[in-house]
Design a protein around this ligand. Structure first.
Ligand code: ATP
Ligand code: NCN
Length: 200
């Protein structure tokens, strides 16, 4: 059975923490490849002024272009309205019923999952792969993973990986303060941000 990862995110902008998480998921869940899937109208971020989908998409393309295991998916960008993961998984599963999907998240997303739309469908149609993030202890993650597995009869793989203290918010703040974000994002993403004068 084909095993396909989904790395969903607002990617405002994509950064090395996302790539690091995806690489560990690829390796530890033994995935065939990973779809990088930028959201159009991210749930829970509707009130935040998010950069245009075009810029976010272009930066994702640049960040993953050298890795043949990372593939861009624009299916959430082509859907109007708020894009919920349960709906996306239904579409993907209908197209490829024999593929096993692995939805990749960081700790903050895992902690919020009971508030997602229709988490039961997410667990029915995918295996969750979760990586740690600073501010969340392994103990907290294990507890949440156990709770979700029991409540939704789901499966969660907790990744063994070092925590990377990078967030898109931190990058936006640093750029606004004229601080370097070199090595926070791939060099080509950095060039793109500078060329288009983003987040200043
Ligand atoms: N440094 C990181 N380590 C592990 N997971 C991460 C990291 N950064 C982001 N993620 C995960 O990647 C997914 C997409 O994240 P998103 O695009 O919202 O980035 P973010 O850095 O959390 O953004 P923001 O700071 O704007 O909230 C989420 O599931 C998030 O938990
Ligand atoms: O479906 C939901 O209700 C839902 C709620 C919050 C987040 N998500 C998904 O989780 C991924 C990470 O979200 P975010 O907001 O941290 O970028 C992204 O693919 C979102 O579409 C999904």
């Amino acid at each position: 059975m084909k095993k396909v990862g989904i790395m969903g995110g607002t990617f405002n902008p994509i950064h090395n923490g996302h790539l690091f998480l995806a690489e560990h998921a690829y390796d530890q869940a033994k995935l065939d490849y990973i779809l990088f899937m930028p959201t159009m109208n991210p749930p829970h971020k509707a009130d935040i002024d998010v950069l245009s989908a075009e810029h976010r998409l272009n930066m994702v393309k640049l960040a993953i272009k050298d890795n043949p295991n990372f593939v861009l998916s624009d299916i959430e960008l082509n859907r109007p309205g708020i894009t919920y993961t349960s709906d996306t998984l239904k579409i993907l599963k209908e197209k490829e019923p024999d593929t096993e999907f692995y939805f990749i998240v960081g700790a903050d997303s895992l902690m919020m999952m009971t508030q997602w739309k229709d988490p039961q469908t997410v667990f029915n149609l995918s295996i969750l792969v979760a990586g740690g993030r600073e501010n969340y202890s392994l103990e907290q993650l294990r507890k949440q993973a156990n709770y979700l597995e029991k409540t939704y009869n789901g499966k969660i793989i907790l990744l063994d990986m070092p925590y990377i203290g990078i967030s898109s918010e931190l990058i936006r703040e640093r750029i606004a303060k004229n601080k370097s974000v070199r090595y926070y994002v791939p060099d080509e993403v950095l060039d793109y941000i500078k060329r288009h004068n983003l987040y200043t």
